[in-house]
Design a binder for this molecule. Structure first.
Ligand code: DUC
Ligand code: ZN
Ligand code: ZN
Ligand code: ZN
Length: 459
C-alpha cells in the first residue's frame, strides 16, 4: 500500500517546513514540495502539523502490581496511545522471583500478540541478581531488550540494593544498555508510611504526605554516583521535583551521561489535590506523588534547557472502582499509578500554546530523544526518508476535551476531567498503515510489531 500525505507542515526536532510525504509499504520513501506521485490513498494535511509518531518509553500495559493488573492490556492501551499520537511504546516486563529474564520478556511479547495496534519494545525490570543474571542480560541485549529498570523504592517487593545496582550498571555499561532507575529512598518512605498508618492516617492524601522530595533527590544523587563508579549511563524515570532535577543537572554539567524523563502529571497537576481527604483522592495515588506547584516551573525550565530530555506517561492505569479501592482504609494498599498514555501530546501542546515549550522541542521530548535513548533512532522518532512511516497529522486549530466517558483508556476516570485543550489528533499512521483516521479507529489488533532495539546509541 502507498500513501501520500499532502501539504502538511512537517515538524521534527531539527526542521519546520511544508511538504508532501510519500510512503510505500512501511517506510517514508520521498519528501518534497508538491510531489507528483500517485498513491493508493491521499491524506490532506493542509493547515495541520505532520509530526513523527510519539515514542512513549514508560508504559505499564498488562502489568501486575499490588495484587491486581493494570486496566489496559496491549489492545486498549495501544489504541488509546494511537489516539494520542503515540506510535511506539516501550513497556515493562517484570522479572518474577527466581525467573530467567528471558521468560519475563517472552511473557510480555506473548501478551502483546494479537493485540498491539502500534509497535512496541520491552524493558526488563530486574528485581534479583543471581549468579546467572548478568549472563542473561547479555542474551537479552542481543535480542533487542537494551534497557533495564531497577527500583530503589518498594523494599521487599521490587527494590534492589546498591550492590545489585552497581553490578547491573557495570554490565549494562559494557553492553551499551541503559539502566532506568526509579529513584526514591524506599526504606525511609516505608518508615513514614508505617508511622502514618499507626497514627490512623489511612486515607489516600497520606500517600502524598509520606513520600518527600528529599527521598527522591537522595536516591537520584546515589544512583548518579553509583553509575559513575560503574562507568555507565543512567536514565531516571518519572522525575518529579526540582531537588532531583538539580542532581541530574549537576551531573550533566560535569559531563556525565545522565538522562531523565518527567511526565505530564508533574507538569500540570500539583499536591493541592491531596487536601481532599476523601477516597476520590486515590485517583492521584501515583509514584512519585504530585508535588507542590513550585516544582512545575523548574520542570518546564528543565525541559527547555535539556536538563530533562523526555516526557513519558508512566501510564499505569487502575480503575477507581474495583482496583484503587483495594486500598480503602489503608492508602498503602492502593495500586500506585495513573492513566496517561492517551493525552501526552495534547498536554505537551498545551505547554507550547502557553509559551512554555517551543514546538520543535516538543517533538524532541515526545518522539526524537526517547527514540535515540532507547535504540530506535532513526527508524523511529523523526520524519525522514528511510524511517518507518509513523506519522501524526495534528490540527492546531481544533480543540479537544478530555472526558473519562469518551477516552479510549479502559479506566473509569481521568486526572484531567473536562479539560479543554487546543489542537486535535486527526490521523495517525503506524508502519505505513492508518490506525486513526479523522478521529476514528481503523487499525488492526496484532499488527504492532515487537521492536528489537539497538544497544549503544546515545544522543
Ligand atoms: N513506578 C512506576 O514507574 N510506575 C508505577 C508505580 C511506580 O512506582
Ligand atoms: Zn542463558
Ligand atoms: Zn517507578
Ligand atoms: Zn512506571
Amino acid at each position: 500500500m502507498s500513501l501520500l500525505i499532502k501539504g502538511g507542515r512537517v515538524i521534527t526536532g531539527a526542521d519546520d517546513y511544508v511538504a508532501d510525504i510519500h510512503v510505500a509499504d512501511t517506510t517514508v520513501t520521498t519528501i518534497g514540495a508538491s510531489l507528483n506521485v500517485t498513491a493508493d490513498k491521499v491524506v490532506d494535511a493542509t493547515g495541520c502539523y505532520v509530526l513523527p509518531g510519539g515514542v512513549d518509553p514508560h508504559t505499564h500495559l498488562a502489568f501486575d502490581m499490588a495484587g491486581t493488573r493494570t486496566a489496559d492490556d496491549y489492545e486498549s492501551g495501544t489504541i488509546a496511545a494511537a489516539f494520542g499520537g503515540t506510535t511506539t511504546v516501550v513497556n515493562f516486563a517484570q522479572q518474577r522471583p527466581g525467573e530467567h529474564l528471558r521468560t519475563a520478556v517472552e511473557r510480555g511479547v506473548a501478551s502483546a500478540q494479537g493485540k498491539a495496534v502500534i509497535d512496541y519494545g520491552q524493558h526488563i525490570i530486574l528485581t534479583q541478581l543471581e549468579d546467572s543474571t548478568l549472563h542473561q542480560l547479555d542474551e537479552l541485549v542481543g535480542e533487542g531488550v537494551t534497557s533495564i529498570k531497577m527500583f530503589l523504592a518498594y523494599p521487599g517487593e521490587l527494590m534492589v540494593d546498591d550492590a545489585t545496582l552497581f553490578q547491573v550498571m557495570e554490565r549494562a555499561g559494557e553492553l551499551g544498555a541503559l539502566c532506568c532507575v526509579h529513584a526514591e529512598n524506599g526504606p525511609v518512605i516505608d518508615v513514614l508510611v508505617r508511622r502514618a498508618l499507626a497514627a490512623g492516617r489511612t486515607n489516600p492524601s497520606w500517600h502524598g504526605r509520606t513520600r518527600p522530595e528529599l527521598a527522591e533527590a537522595e536516591a537520584t544523587h546515589r544512583a548518579i554516583a553509583v553509575a559513575e563508579m560503574a562507568n555507565a549511563p543512567v536514565y531516571f524515570v518519572h522525575l518529579s521535583c526540582a531537588e532531583a532535577l538539580a542532581e541530574v543537572t549537576a551531573a550533566r554539567d560535569r559531563g556525565r551521561p545522565v538522562f531523565a524523563e518527567t511526565c505530564p502529571h508533574y507538569l500540570f497537576l500539583d499536591s493541592s489535590v491531596y487536601d481532599d481527604e476523601s477516597f476520590d483522592t486515590a485517583k492521584y495515588v501515583l509514584t512519585p506523588p504530585l508535588r507542590d506547584v513550585r516544582h512545575q516551573d523548574a520542570l518546564w525550565r528543565g525541559l527547555r534547557a535539556n536538563g530533562l530530555q523526555v516526557v513519558s506517561t508512566d501510564h499505569c492505569p487502575f480503575c477507581l472502582n474495583g482496583q484503587k479501592d483495594l486500598g480503602a482504609g489503608d492508602f498503602s494498599k492502593i495500586p500506585n499509578g495513573g492513566p496517561g498514555i492517551e493525552h501526552r501530546l495534547q498536554l505537551l501542546y498545551a505547554g507550547v500554546v502557553a509559551g512554555r515549550l517551543p514546538l520543535q522541542r516538543m517533538v524532541e521530548v515526545f518522539a526524537t530523544t526517547p527514540a535515540r535513548l532507547f535504540g530506535l533512532y532513526p527508524r523511529k522518532g523523526t520524519v525522514a526518508v528511510g524511517s518507518d512511516a509513523d506519522l501524526v497529522v495534528f490540527d492546531p486549530s481544533a480543540t479537544t476535551t478530555i472526558n473519562a466517558a469518551t477516552q479510549h483508556m479502559a479506566v473509569d476516570y481521568s486526572m484531567y476531567e473536562g479539560w479543554r485543550l487546543a489542537g486535535a489528533v486527526r490521523t495517525v499512521i503506524c508502519g505505513g498503515a492508518p490506525v486513526v483516521e479523522n478521529g476514528v479507529f481503523v487499525g488492526t489488533p496484532g499488527r504492532g510489531r515487537f521492536l528489537r532495539r539497538e544497544a549503544g546509541s546515545r544522543p
